[in-house]
Design a protein around this ligand. Structure first.
Ligand code: ADP
Ligand code: MG
Length: 325
């Protein structure tokens, strides 16, 4: 069976002057797949989406989206895709129906009314059709944004950081919405995120992107198995001699930082069975098993933690607040 991929990119490069925002990116998204670009701020996620949606041209390389070249056949691509941007695209003063009407006109979708009604029904927004969007809850707003991206019956939708800044409940509600839309409407989804749990829970496959390069591509499980081990963290009352642990056949690595001993092992179950032979459990305060997470993967691949940006974000707002006082 020959099936065309939803997205096919080859050696995409984007330069802004001398600065290389994308440094030869290649990946494919299969039809019906939920694919995630996971990376910190400035990694090149939005730039990738802008190229794939025909908003900016690549400096070099090719991208085929829904079977068409984004540079040579931009119009055909745009007709077949939907885009949910992280910036607000709805007009607060208008109601849901008026917002969808504007969207339909912008995209040149004729016969949009039936589709709009069906979408509002699907998202449970039908009874709020006349309410000003400014009075919607965040969850309702997000649903309406997705509805408007689906108005032209796209084959692929692009979501740039769909849950950035949302609280935990709204975020998990939105995850379900995205899964539902993917199944119900048969659309492929390409989303970007800097939240590990989001990529892990939502995506069939993930490309980890850092400083304009793809560091790894795979299913969440494949990526986690790259860590090559599971971690046991032991809190001890008094620091121990880790030599005994190090010499165990199953152990890949051991480190001790004050009273915390971190052991990376191939099979954690076997390690736990054998550990009492080499350490005195009277000296053990607590023990924690850590299955590899995408955090561990990102750290091992790039040498940094992805969540650092989150702290900067808070600092940024604190600076603004201070400046206003
Ligand atoms: N129009 C532009 N001009 C110059 N630099 C840009 C422009 N757009 C993005 N960049 C730079 O390219 C890099 C990637 O940006 P972006 O794709 O927005 O990253 P992300 O979405 O992953 O946070 C960043 O360093 C950013 O500052
Ligand atoms: Mg971005």
């Amino acid at each position: 069976m020959s099936e065309v991929d939803a997205i096919e990119t080859k050696d995409l490069v984007k330069k802004y002057g001398e600065f290389i925002a994308l440094n030869s990116i290649s990946f494919n998204v299969k039809q019906g797949e939920r694919f995630g670009l996971l990376g910190p701020n400035g990694a090149g996620k939005t730039t990738t989406i802008k190229i794939l949606t025909g908003l900016v041209p690549p400096t070099s390389g090719t991208a085929i989206v829904a079977g068409y070249d984004v540079v040579k056949e931009t119009k055909k691509v745009k007709e077949r895709i939907g885009w949910v941007a992280s910036e607000v695209i709805l007009d607060d003063d208008l109601n849901a129906w008026e917002n969808l009407e504007i969207q339909a006109k912008l995209q040149g979708v004729s016969d949009w009314e039936k589709r709009a009604k069906d979408l509002l029904d699907y998202f449970g927004l039908s009874q709020f059709i006349k309410r000003q969007v400014g009075k919607y809850s965040t969850g309702m707003r997000k649903k309406l944004e997705i509805a408007s991206a689906l108005l032209n019956s796209p084959e692929i939708i692009f979501m740039d950081e769909p849950t950035i800044g949302l609280d935990v409940n709204t975020r998990s509600l939105l995850w379900n919405t995205i899964r539902g839309v993917n199944k119900e409407f048969g659309v492929s989804v390409l989303l970007t995120t800097h939240y590990m749990e989001e990529a892990d829970s939502l995506c069939d496959r993930i490309a980890i992107i850092n400083q304009g390069k793809i560091a790894a591509i795979g299913t969440p499980d494949e990526l986690k198995s790259k860590v090559g081990g599971e971690i046991v963290e032991i809190e001890v009352t008094n620091p121990i001699d880790t030599g005994g642990i190090r010499s165990m056949e199953n152990v890949i690595d051991v480190s001790q930082n004050q009273n915390i001993v971190r052991i990376k092992a191939k099979k954690v179950e076997r390690l736990l069975a054998e550990l009492p032979r080499v350490i005195d459990f009277n000296n053990v305060k607590s023990l924690r098993v850590e299955k590899p997470s995408l955090d561990t993967v990102f750290l091992e691949l790039t040498g940094r933690k992805i969540q650092e940006e989150e702290t900067d974000f808070r600092k940024f707002y604190m600076t603004i607040r201070r400046a206003r006082q």
